[in-house]
Write a protein that binds this ligand. Sequence first.
Ligand code: SME
Length: 150
Amino acid sequence: MYQDLLTAYKGLISEEKYEISLLANTAAFVFEHIDKLNWAGFYLHQDKQLILGPFQGKVACNLIQPGKGVCGTSLVTKETIVVDDVANHPNHIYCDFNSKSELVIPIIINDLVYGVFDFDAPILKRFDHELVNFLENIVKLLTNKLIEIK
Ligand code: SME
């Protein structure tokens, strides 16, 4: 299934020319096709902080400082972070109390963090190895497209 979705995603973005549309449709694509998610979207690295970008889900915090929350931690470490239970993560920022697990993948262009792709799920341990691998592949395709159109 994930392989078919990667093929569909490549088709979706192949003709895209605009950054904001690319990000908006990427969030919508994942939210539509992956079940048991309550939020999927971007925080973009601007003015030395993360600002809310295109997303699907409930209204969310608009600014996250470096090192704060799971997103701000990924900004600093430049690494994917999987949180099986957000209640056990000391640094997690609640935007929606329905969120139980979270995944954050940094988007890196020329060694700099362009932003992060953040996912919340309403169940514990939603982000297994296969799902993380799939979403990291989506981020690779997205990153290549961003480099192409920026
Ligand atoms: N939980 C995130 C904040 C963003 S929302 O989940 C949409 C964090 O800890 O960085």
